[in-house]
Design a protein around this ligand. Sequence first.
Ligand code: WTA
Length: 651
Amino acid sequence: MANESTGRIDNVMHEARVFPPTPEFQAKASISSLEQYQQMWDEAKANPPAFWDKIAKTELHWFEPYRKTLEWNEPFAKWFVDGKTNASYNCLDRHLSTSRRDKPAIIWEGEPGDTRTLTYAELHSEVCRFANGLKKLGIQQGDVVSIYMPMTPELAIAMLACARIGAIHSVIFAGFSAEAIADRNQDASARVVLTSDGAWRRGKELSLKATVDEALKKSPTVEKCVVLKRVGNDVEMQPDRDIWWHDLIESVNDDCPAEPFDSETALFILYTSGSTGKPKGIKHTTAGYNLFAKQTFEWVFDHRDDDIYWCTADCGWITGHSYVVYGPLSAGATCLMYEGAPNFPDEGRFWNLIEKYKVTILYTAPTAIRAFIKWGDEWVDKHDISSLRLLGTVGEGINPEAWMWYHEKIGASRCPIVDTWWQTETGGIMMSPLPGAIPTKPGSCTKPLPGVIPGIFDENNEPCEKNQGGKLTITHPWPGMLRGIWGDEARYKQQYWSTVPNCYLAGDNARLDDDGYYWIMGRIDDVINVSGHRLSTIEVESALITHPNVAESAVVGRPHDIKGQAIAAFVTLRDAEPSDELKAALKLHVRKEIGALAVPDDIRFTAVLPKTRSGKIMRRLLRDIASGKESLGDMSTLEDVASLSKLQEED
Ligand code: WTA
């Protein structure tokens, strides 16, 4: 039950430290006591739709009011039924008649150091122009637009332009391969791809357009490709298909009223890994998602108008959708956006940015924090980061040691840490401390947000006792929940709603402690978490198996100091002998099939894969071998593996 693959649980099981918010923080916080939180949570639990109804009425703009808060036909939810709103309007137009009009919405810095600031009025104008550009290409409500771009303001502009006209964006992280892009284009029947000539990464140019060109050979539904000039390298433009971003918007104006859309209009698809080889397109819709992203942003980050907020996530992931774009912009926040690597030109870049822009809220990933620890305190010490008042983490559990470093070194033992648990599927943060109200414990995401009602169940689907680990579920629909898997209703039902009756299955194990705090214990499926990125082991196996010399493969996660988990692959060969060259070739192959983020750290050749009598690969044994808990000597010896697997089977 414990998270065998990271060993984190061994640490957090013994964690007893508690950190209450400081009186100074509490004095200014909008939710400032445990009692206040508890009251909100209890009120929401008693009648979730009534609770959300009250919030939705004021927090979103309604062109037409909804007539019912929730229509629940398990597992299909409709929130704010028949209401009409527009996410781009909520993020932009709503602020234009207020003092936020001329407030910076996005402060951007490119990796080479170039900068750009867009006020809400300017961002609005840019979004309107690009939306008109998309219309010129014939894009209409319901059309899918793939976005494969670096972290530039134009990426956010593109997302909001789609939302404005009802096009469905599908952002593909710019580290994915041509194959992965083509799969996603195909699955979603994308009509247009937005990309850039290139991107900066650690001082080098990544040629995004060339990758898209490759992908478009296998993307028959894509008619047009819009290319942003970012690095200025040479790209091939295919005359009838490719168009420069600046040319597209040159002849359009910025008059593009936000269209009223039904609450349940699809807003975006975002592909994520599940327990099979094929990533699934998680579908989110307009009103519920927008409300949930906005409200959770305000609660968790205790947002104030003078904050400079920095979420370091890329818009290629859900964190970038909800907490770089839709949440903070709906709330009228000023967001810092940074294009590049944390160690360029040196390991102090993040602290330099915080000092330069006087960042008050930093939201980042445990894998980054572990890298900072490794790089050394001297990089932090060179900068004045005293503007910070609140810190956050997301994407994976944080080990108490890293939490303590973050707290002491970055937070000066003063800033609360919000450890936020949520998923692509949940649309927004589900469990997290409210920083002025809930004392924190290192390694725990503490308590569910108001309106979120979790349950933990054992293998017989009986509710778990306190301190007993079990399957984490959500027992009542919430506005930000996914509305389905793109084009696969059966998989949606099966994956999330068929294990524990009437509950959403998160896919994580968790336990509740004596104080009502939740501790996430890792995945129950074959999903691994590499540097905070979700990957299916089967996805990597499927990629390996397409190489002509691979007969069979098994992929598992093993603990890694920085990444959390690293990918370990066991491979049996055909028509080839084990060699370092072949290892390198297989790594390159995975990079080509999925992307750099899926390349195995270790590849071991083996004569056979250990299997049970019924033919199932013994993954637990492979995990033990990969993590060094089980020593096998030379893995290519058939007898060793065979005898070990036999032993395990007889246990
Ligand atoms: C893991 C990222 C522990 C978890 C927003 C979940 C976490 C998966 C935490 C979702 C956390 C995310 N503590 N584990 N604070 N946050 N996870 O879809 O296993 O990329 O199921 O969403 O990441 O990853 P996804």
